[in-house]
Every structure is written in structure tokens, then in C-alpha cells.
Design a protein around this ligand. Sequence first.
Ligand code: NDP
Ligand code: 13P
Length: 346
Amino acid sequence: MAILTFIGAGQMASGLTFPAFENGHEIRLVGTPLDRKIIDRLRQDNYHLTLDRTLHDGIHYYQVEEMEKAIEGADVIIGGVSSFGVDWFADEVLPKLHKNVPVITVTKGMIDEPDGNMVDFPDYWQSTKAGKDLNLNAIGGPCTARELSDHDQTWVAFCGRDKDTLHKLKAIFSTPYYHISLSNDVKGVELSVALKNGYAMAVSLTIGLTEKNEGIGKVHHNSEAALFGQSVTEMQKLLKLAGVRDESLVFGVGDLYVTISGGRSRRIGVLLGRGYSYDEAKEKLKGETLEAVVIATRTARAVRAMAERGKADLKDFPLLLHVDEVINNGKPVNIPWQATEAEYFE
Ligand SMILES: NC(=O)C1=CN([C@@H]2O[C@H](COP(=O)(O)OP(=O)(O)OC[C@H]3O[C@@H](n4cnc5c(N)ncnc54)[C@H](OP(=O)(O)O)[C@@H]3O)[C@@H](O)[C@H]2O)C=CC1
Ligand SMILES: O=C(CO)COP(=O)(O)O
């Protein structure tokens, strides 16, 4: 039995307690300063307010000021914040961790540098004073927290630099419904699953457009599939520009599928497709964790920076740049269909 301390009691970290608890481990779930109500309610009856599921009885719950107590004696630390909590995690959590205790995080996202270099979060944390000696790993791939909580068959990748650590982490979390591939291409896996958020929003524009033209509830799959293909093409080019391994794309592609089917990034795309402005859509989804807009903005900025330096061709990214225009410049949705046509000759 291992002691697992989850920091951040959002939906994903809390969903991950299911496989971990069922494998017999001691679970300590610590809320961030924003999770106070979630922890209060969990302490009453194990019901998680935003996950909308009841966690296993026997999990230990901690408010943020009890974090150090929860970290004491832990064998693994699981980071559960969203991309909006990355700096809080760097400033408030990393300095409290011991370098021989592995960390694994669920956070998806990336930071773009002025030259267009895209930095994944494990690398970002590793570059901080408190993070430089830590053993930082991450989870990427298609996984919605509620479906994992419901024991739906789930397939993810654990990535990190040390093979033995990854095998140890896999043994802790692996169950007959939680399937874990391993990779040491941290940047590849993490960028792939981050990029898909912006593209899930882009594909979902077609869902909203269909509803706008033909009525709510009307569904067409051709247009969704067309932009799915275009998204994969653009993601593949982005990963190539980032210099990562080809096989890491597959985790982002699976993630794109699940996010279009049932993610929060879908909801904003659908509203934009229906004709709401970005501000109106944001207002309608107030309180939701919407990472897609930040990711699409950062990715478009990175592509433009690389294009200025002659490293990328803007013509390769019509969908990304259109989404960026819609959310950041108020342009109406007008999918650049012609630009998605390609010619492939040997
Ligand atoms: N690796 C994987 O398998 C998967 C990962 N994800 C990713 O996991 C991350 C968390 O998603 P999810 O749990 O669904 O989101 P939630 O919104 O449920 O939880 C987000 C967590 O981050 C905290 N947080 C947000 N902003 C801040 C801040 N400024 N400072 C400190 N803490 C903050 C939240 O507090 P509060 O709840 O009060 O906002 C909460 O603890 C996301 O990056 C998401 O993309 C998602 C699916 C699968
Ligand atoms: O990452 C996800 C599933 O793997 C969920 O994405 P959303 O943040 O869009 O809900």
C-alpha cells in the first residue's frame, strides 16, 4: 500500500481517486484555496460537488492549510490543478515537496515563449528553483473525470523521464478499466494533449453552425469529421515544429475525440458556432474551467512567432488562425473550408 496525496480537489484529481483507492492505497485529497466548499461537502458524505459523484468512503480530506500534514509520509504526490493554477502549484506546492517523492500531474496546457517555443508544464515546473530537483511526471490522453469515476474503459499515457518511476506509478493506478501507456517523450505527450483543447473548440464550431442553420439538436457528422481531420493535420505539423516524437500524436488525437464528444472545450465552440460572440459565450459558461481559449491563443501566437522567424508557414494552420481571429478579434465564424483542401503526390 502506498500513501498518495492529491493536491487540488477538482474533478480530474478526484476522479483518479477511484482506481487508486480500489487498488488499496491510502488516499489524501487536499483542496486548493478555491476548493473549500468541495472539501467541506466531501467531509460530510463523500459527495463531490462538481464531479457530481460520491467518492469512496475512507478517503482522507484536507483543506489547503492542512497540506503539509497531508504531504508528510506520502509516497507519491498527484497534482490536480487546472492550467490556471500552474503558478500556484509552483509557488505553494513544489517548495513543500521532497525530491525523492515522485510527482504526477493531470494539468493540461502549455506556455508559449516569444520565439514560438512551446513549453509543457512539467518542463516549466522543472525550470523553477523549487522544481529543478523533483521527479516530475504527467498524465495525458483521453479521459473525462466523470466517465473514469463511472469505471468506463479509459486509456491514458503516463509520461516522465525515469522508466522505473513510470512503472511504479503504473502499478499504483492501473486497474482493469484504467489502462496506462508509458512514454519518456514528456514534451510530445503533453503538447499533443494540450493542443487538442483549442482544436476541440474549433471542431465544435461545426456543431454550433449546424444547430444555427437547422435547429438545436440537429447533427451532421461530415463537417465535424472534416475539421477533425484538419485538426489532426495541424496538430501533427505543430508537433513536428516542436521536434517531438511522432507516436505522441495519438494521445492528443484520442483526447480530441473525447473532448469533442463531451468536454468543456466543446461547449464554448458550439456557442461560438451558434453565433454568440466570445464574450457572450464566456458569460454563459461562467464558472467552467475553459482552457481551450487560452491554449488556442497561445498556439496561434506561437505559430505567428515561428512564421516571423521563417520556421513555420501560416498557410499550414488555417483552422487555428481562424479560431484565434474569432476569439481574439471578434471575427464571425466562417470556416476556411477551401484552405483545408490539400494535394498529396509522391
Ligand atoms: N490528465 C488527464 O487524464 C486529464 C487532465 N485534465 C486536466 O486536468 C486539469 C484539471 O481539470 P479538472 O479537474 O476537470 O478541472 P476542475 O475545474 O474540476 O479543477 C481544477 C482544479 O484547479 C484549481 N484551480 C483553478 N484555478 C486555480 C488557481 N488560480 N490557483 C489554484 N488552484 C486553481 C481548482 O480549484 P476550483 O475547483 O475551486 O476552481 C481545482 O482544484 C485541467 O488542466 C484539465 O485539462 C482533464 C481531463 C483528463
Ligand atoms: O481533457 C479532457 C478530456 O481528456 C477534457 O477537456 P475539457 O477541459 O474540454 O473538458
